[in-house]
Each structure stands twice: as structure tokens, then as C-alpha cells.
Design a protein around this ligand. Sequence first.
Ligand code: F3S
Length: 770
Amino acid sequence: ATHISAIPRNYASITPPYPTLIKNLESVRKILKRPLTLAEKILYSHLNDPINGLGNGGRIRGEAYLQLKPERVAMQDASAQMALLQFMSAGLAQCAVPTSIHCDHLIQASEGAKADLERSIVTNQEVFDFLESAARKYGIEFWRPGSGIIHQIVLENYAAPGMLMLGTDSHTPNAGGLGMLAIGVGGADAVDAMTGTPWELKAPKIVGIHLTGKLSGWATTKDLILHLAGKLTVRGGTGRILEYFGPGVHGQSCTGLATIANMGAEVGATTSTFPYTSNMQSYLHATGRGPVAQAADEAATKGFLTADEGAEYDEVIEINLSDLEPTINGPFTPDLATPLSKFGAFIKDQGWKDELSAGLIGSCTNSSYEDMTSVADLARQAKTAGLTTKVPFLCTPGSEQIRATMERDNVTATLQDVGAVVLANACGPCIGQWKREDKKGEENAILTSFNRNFKSRNDGNRYTMNFLASPTVVTAMAFSGSLSFNPMTDSLTLPSGKQFQFSPPAGEDLPLTGFTPGDTSLYPSPTPEPQPSAEVIIKKDSQRLELLEPFTSPFAEGKLEFSSLKVLMRVRGKCTTDHISAAGPWLKYKGHLTNISENLLITAVNDEGGEINVAFDHDAPGGTTETDTIPNVAKRLKSRSQPWALVVDDNYGEGSAREHAALQPRFYGCNLIIARSFARIHETNLKKQGVLPLWFADKADYSRIGSGDMIETVGLADLLEGKPDATIKLRVTSREGKMFEISTQHTMSADQIKWLRAGSALNHIRSQMQ
Ligand code: F3S
């Protein structure tokens, strides 16, 4: 279908600069002199310095650190808050790359679209006002509450073959359905792109997934990724890009490919991508982006949008689509995969009740026109037979465009006829925003077409067993109400006593008469001009938002060594970003550094005593030692203007790229963290916030430093004066007055040294602007 959508477009901002990218790739080819995979082409063509960025071209994948220039940033309402606050403190007048904000995570599902949206806007008014006013000031595209889920909107409006994009959400890779690399990151990384600072990525390994054969019957692309999650497990994709290729790619719709890319996040993959196909081309036309399709067609003739013949993958996985059957994954982990034909036996073996309590379809994973029309086909069949769904059946359309097109084409009415409740175009039950009134605290089973299923994810009830499946399997099961029902082989008994069996569902890839945009007042202007005089709205006394005060540089007065850092504590064992900055109820303070800092290290173990959330204040009034919580002792040091250091164990800061885990210690006055080893992303985040990360040269020295000891650096001045080879020693004075020296190592690059000296990366950027 070639229809021009009514949505106004700014083609310049949504078309990748193909001629430049292809030229960059030519420079890279001169160094590498070997065939490249598609993912390599996209990555290397976005190098900040394509001539020198790969060094001498030795081993890259899994080893080299790439400095990249992404073309676009997308942020959702929860994570955008701290990203914007940080961006603001860089002092720029506008974003260096096109950026969008999407209000989707904060909408709670309860009664239905209209009422839910109205209520959620009131509850979150101050956050939405802040986001919208910041968008106005800096020229960011602001998608209002109700406009849809970030990843669906990105696919419909911004994604393009060969593009490199960052998004502050783990399912950002969804845009890979259009043959690009879209990577989920923390806010501090997004700020790199927004300020024009090269963004660093350890070059991922590349797994080739060779698709042959054809999907048939009830099997969908969702089943492919559910099956693959079972094979790879939740860690199998870590540090890897999944690059699909082979004849099986071409038969899938663009949105079907997006479903696969979306759930690559469930195996921990950096992102997923596909070669440019004619279905991607049709999708670009159908969503009003003909000029982007034309530019991509042209780039494809130069070989930019597919892997080179003979390109080598780090590993190749073969999947024959003809062998796939529908799969159901869960409960509680997305990699526990059971083929539909064995699911009834699996439930029985576990001794679980053969009862479904609700079916939920939609989310960013499965809310395309194809998904919704396939589901409507089943609903129509059931309605003709006189059936309605047996359990609550909830549907979240992915975007206003999908919702309006569903309504126009009678898809919504068909679903409502059999009992569906259509929720707002937002994340809703996928992110726990489901005000579920039944089954509280009770064991029960739900089926969703979503992507994640850890405990309590959907309704806050840890006894809800949440299984993942394709939208059509979820729908068929909702008519039966039983988990052992296999729609491929089983029939349902009608009130008349007759038997009814579903025919395999048939959906439409794209609407025959084109998409309709729906309520365009929810959409942003495609050419948002920054308004420097606009004020960013933060309510006085807000408990959820707070402007960030730039951190002061400890070297502002020309003293280039730390002379008296007090050791706050020695952290024992595993300490992830979740231990450093807990999630859960703290999420509402994501935009308020003072409030969220109250959770600093509250689940970390103190190696002196082995207790959780316990620290010692050795300078309490009267010269005594007092025991208190970790955040409280950190606050005591801050109130005495006493800068401090932390001693930590191996792989400190592993886990998600949460920037709060670096901001919070810095906020309380931490200048130095000495580790047995660091998780790389967190180490970089510490450097960005102006904290110096040092590694023990001898790991045994970890136990020699304890709380209350004083640390002085020797050699830091050389580093700060721009000598990355400088070695830094620590002169430690123990509480008992014993003095000794230990050696350390560091990973500071020339740029990162400038961040440290300025007090933070953002301070450095601001000083460059002046
Ligand atoms: Fe939203 Fe769930 Fe996707 S929270 S972005 S619909 S994974």
C-alpha cells in the first residue's frame, strides 16, 4: 500500500545521511580490508573518526572501544527526567541531534483508555509539565500522553535502515525491525549524543542468525524469538548484536521483524538488526516516508544495507522457520520456553491449576496492525460461533495511529464485541501500571503478548504466573479460559453442544487504505524550534523533580592532588547498580537527586562486620564512633564538607547502566572509588560525574584499607596535567595512625581526564561552550 500519511514530516531529520555514511565506510574498508557484516557497517560508518577510530584494524569485535556519533535519541517519560536534568546542566541551547520524548510509562490502566488517561495526566502533571517545557526550550519533539508507546512511535516515524539511534529504554532495539541499530542506554549516554560528545561502546561480537523456511499456521515472529530466548537464555546475547540473514527474513513484515528485535533485549543482546527488505520499503511508504524509502533504496544499491558476501560472524545459529510452532515462555523468566503442543502437559507436571485468569495483548512488542487484525480474525470467527472471551481480555494499542486505524477498520469493534477492554495507547499493564482488582495475593496465571515476565511485573502480585505468547495464542486461550487448550488441535464446545475449532489466524500486514493518524493534537511539531527564552517548569517544593546543581571541581583552586579523603566504608562482594541505587518505590524520585540519594548503597554489605546498610561515623560529636545507615553517614560527611572515598570489591557497578548509581555518591561528596575491578559502563559513568575510579594494582590491598582511614594521592597531578600514562599511588593513614602506600592502575583517557579536572563531563562541555 502506497499512501501518504497525513502526518507532517521533516524528512531532513529522519533520513540517515547515507552519502556521508557510505564515504565513512570507504575509509574504514581501507583499514579492515575484509568483508563486513551489516551491523559492522552501521557501527563503523558512525565512527566519530572513521580514519583513525579503529586503530590499526586489529581485533575489534569484543575488544575495541568505539567512539560513535548516533543520529537520534528517544526517551521515555520515566528515564527522560534525569537525562534532561543532566542535559540542562551542560548549558547548551539545543540538542546536538534530533531528540524525542514519549509519555507512555506513567499512564495507569484501570477502567479504559479515556478515564485512565485523564487520571494519569492529573497524577503526573508536574512531570509532564517539566518534560514538555524542557522539550519546548531545547527543540525536542514531545509526544503527549496518549500518543503511544515509545518504540511503536519510533518505528512509525523515526526509524530508518542503516541509522544508529540511542534510546533510554531497554526495548529500544525494536527499531531494528527497520534494519537499523537502535541501542538502549542510560540517561548519561543519551546526554552524550544530545550534547554532541562521542558515545563510547565496546564493539559487540556479532551473532549471525540464519533464517530459512517459512512460518506457517499459528507460528509468528513472536514464536521465533520466544524459541530463541529458550535456546540462548537471558544472558546468551550479552555483549553481542544479533544479525539475522537468509531467505527467511524476507517473508516477514517489518513490524514482525520489530517484534523479534524488541525481544532481543530478553536475551541481553546489545541490539538486533536485519538486512533491508521490500517489506521495510512498503512500511516506509505506508507510514508516509516515501522519501526515506527512496534514499534507502539508493543506499542499498551501494551495498550499504546488507552484509558483504563472505562476512564472518562470531557464531551462526540456524533456524528453519518451517519447524517452528507457537511457543509459550514463563512464568517469571522469558527464557523458559515450552512449545504450545507440550504446554498442557507442562502445566500438569507442575501441578498448577489449568486455569487462565486474564489475557493481555498489545505493548511495544506486539501491537502492530498485523497483530491486531490477526487477533480480530480470531474474534470474528469466535463471534460467528457465538463465543465471547471467558476471562478479562485487555488490549493496549501501540500508538494513536494504530488505535485510530483499528477503529476505522472495525478492528476495535470486533474485539469489543467479544469482550475486550481497550486501554490507553501506553505501556500500562506491561510496566505494572495495571490497577487489577481481582486475584490480589492469589496464585493465578495470565497470558500476555508482552516481552518481560519477572515476578510482580504486571499487577504487583508476586503470585501471578505470567506467560508470554503471540497475540493470537493469547486471544485463542482467552476464549477457552484453560491453559491446556491448544487452538491448533483442540475444539471448544459451543452452547449448542456443537464443537468449534479456530482456523489459523490471518492478518493484514498493512492497512489497504493506509493508516489514519487519529488525534494529531497528541503529536509534536516535526520541526520544533528551540525557544531559549522558555522556562523549564519545576514546581516549587516538588518532591519528584529538582534542578541539578553542577558539581564543583575539587581541583578548582589549582591543587591537583587529593590530600585528605576519608574512607566511608569497604563494600564486600557483589555490588550492582541496583545495590548502589535501588529501584522499586525509589523510581518516583528519578528526577530528584536529593530524595533518591537516600537509597545510596542501602543493600550493600559492609566488609567490616558483614552487615547490610551499616556504616560507621568515626568523627561523631564528642570524638566517638557512631553506627548509622550508609546514606546517613555519607550525609554526615557531606555536612562536614569532608570529601570521601569508597573501597569496593570485584566487578563493582555491574548491571543496568543506571546513572543514578554514579550521581548519588558524587552528590554526597565521593571523589574516589578504589576497586578490585569495575564493570566498564559504571566505571565510565563515574568518570562522567567526576569521580576518579582506581583499580588496586594488587587485589590483596583491598583488605588493608578500612573505614575512617585517610587517603592522599601521589601522582594524580601528572594525570590531570594531561599525562594518561601517569601512575597514581595512594598514601593511606589508618585510623590507628599507621602509614603505608599502595599502587593503583587507572583507565582514564585524555578526554576523561578533562572531565575529572572540570568536576564532571557536563562541566567540561559547558566550559567548552563559553
Ligand atoms: Fe512500555 Fe512494556 Fe514496552 S513498559 S516500552 S510496553 S516493554
